[in-house]
Design a binder for this molecule. Structure first.
Ligand SMILES: Cc1ncc(COP(=O)(O)O)c(C=O)c1O
Length: 480
């Protein structure tokens, strides 16, 4: 493909994408295919001679689209939202074209510097404590990780390394292995599975703290567990608090947990993967109170801030904590400014050496929506969730299973788990909308998460009417 053809095909592709997104609700939200469907549709091997572009494009509808779950359909209410917007798409095109690998300032100065400044912009939108911002002389700062899962593991490894250093400074006779074998990390029993995985990767004990009736970790429960573990000779070193848990969007009580972590020298990481975007709205910012006690904080603009996957924003209070855990030396990566204190080399902040020019997505989206536009997007989703909640509450057959704080509604039919499992199966088999379940206090619960940028009130009403009708059919079938 030469430049002239790229110009032509690029414009056609933009048209295809715009058409896809504008007419997405006409597509079935969840595909009908069976596992292995794709292999039979394409050759066993890559072509020896080039295919034509027309052939490739034709195969998008023939091979790919039949197996796509349309996450940006207004009938998609599963998991949590994932970001999508035209400014973000355009920025991603530019990022792909520049195609640099951002591992050090010298590898592409704009890539590093825009990332640092965008994370400061975003930190200010969230009203994060000053300590977390890089500014020109701060000790903290932000980095874009690929996912919240990576941020959790990065924070855990940094905490492990800091704890080992602190203990060895006082008791040099303890080996690193000795110390690591006694470490214990904690998270809510509602925490995302990636937190448990982080413990497995880091090779440390991981304990789940029981939550209260609102599915939140409270200080007292945590304290009791810490005392128990310390009596056994274990060393508590890391607590991953969740703001906006995956099952029900519950919020751990940071203002109780933070002081305990600080007093015990436990690294407090906050995973706000989904809910974090809402904190740009002053009315939701109190949910972040207690962040002043944290060592690190993370959320995914790629979930709810109109930015495409992948873009997970992470801040640390002391960047030296993270850099000391990951710093390695290689002559070919060195450059003249690395010790100037003026810049940061992001290869020391993350698991992969390099990353894409992801901050362009933030820059385009922040500038083209403005804070007001982003706040409007969040508020609209919360209002839609409230509207759905109202519908559920009006129907005596149903119950709400957890407080509706942001864009997620957890609900179920009053009755057995089996009844609700059948309801969900029927809803998803009908293919009109797509939902996933969760378990709350032993109960099978349906989750309705407002996800797509294009979801409007009439979609939510339609979704509710559809659910209510399937529930009626189910009740009728059970009576016969
Ligand atoms: C609370 C929480 N943490 C972590 C994750 C995982 O996010 P990621 O895919 O960015 O690792 C999720 C995903 O929904 C989540 O809800």
């Amino acid at each position: 493909m030469d430049t002239a053809e790229f110009r032509r095909r690029g414009k056609e592709m933009v048209d295809y994408i715009a058409d896809y997104l504008e007419s997405i609700e006409q597509r079935q939200v969840y595909p009908d295919v069976q596992p292995g469907y794709l292999r039979s549709l394409i050759p066993e091997e890559a072509p020896e001679q080039p295919d034509s572009y027309e052939d490739v494009v034709r195969d998008i509808e023939r091979v790919i689209m039949p197996g796509v779950t349309h996450w940006h359909s207004p009938y998609f209410y599963a998991y949590y939202s994932t970001g999508n917007s035209y400014p973000s798409l355009l920025a991603d095109m530019l990022s792909a074209a520049i195609g640099c690998v951002g591992f050090s300032w010298a590898a592409s100065p704009a890539c590093t510097e825009l990332e640092t400044v965008m994370l400061d912009w975003l930190g200010k939108m969230l009203n994060l404590p000053e300590d977390f911002l890089a500014g020109t002389a701060g000790q903290g700062g932000g980095v874009i990780q690929g996912t919240a899962s990576e941020a959790t593991i990065v924070a855990l490894l940094a905490a492990r390394s800091r704890t080992v250093r602190q203990i060895q400074a006082q008791s040099p006779e303890h080996t690193e292995m000795d110390i690591i074998s006694k470490l214990v990390a904690y998270s809510s029993d509602q925490a995302h599975s990636s937190v448990e995985k982080a413990g497995l990767i880091a090779g440390v004990r991981m304990r789940k703290v029981a939550t209260d009736e609102k599915f939140a970790v409270r200080g007292e429960t945590f304290s009791v567990m810490l005392e128990e573990d310390k009596r056994k000779g274990l060393i508590p070193f890391y607590f991953c608090a969740t703001l906006g848990t995956t099952p029900s969007c519950a919020f751990d009580c940071l203002t109780e947990l933070g002081p305990i972590c600080n007093a015990e020298k436990i690294w407090m990481h906050i995973d706000a993967a989904y809910a974090g975007s809402a904190f740009i709205c002053p009315e939701f910012r109190p949910l972040l109170n207690g962040v002043e006690f944290a060592d690190s904080f993370n959320f995914n603009p790629h979930k709810w801030l109109l930015v495409h996957f992948d873009c997970s924003a992470m801040w640390v209070r002391r960047r030296s904590d993270i850099i000391r855990a990951f710093k390695t030396d290689a002559l070919y990566l060195n450059h003249d400014h690395q010790d100037s204190g003026l810049i940061t080399d992001y290869r020391h902040w993350q698991i992969p050496m390099g990353s894409r020019f992801r901050s362009l997505k933030l820059w385009f989206v922040f500038r083209l929506y403005g804070l007001k536009g982003l706040q409007a997007h969040i508020r609209k989703h919360v209002l839609l969730a409230k509207e759905f909640e109202r519908r559920v509450r009006e129907d005596q057959r149903f119950e709400i299973s957890a407080d509706v704080v942001l864009g997620l509604v957890c609900f179920r039919l009053k009755g057995s788990n089996e009844l609700n499992e059948t309801l969900l199966k029927r809803i998803n088999s009908a293919r009109k909308i797509h939902l996933v379940p969760c378990q709350l206090a032993g109960r099978f619960v349906l989750r309705f998460a407002v996800c797509a940028r294009s979801t409007e009130s009439h979609h939510v009403q339609e979704a509710w009417a559809h659910i209510a009708e399937i529930a009626s059919e189910l009740m009728q079938d059970l009576q016969h």
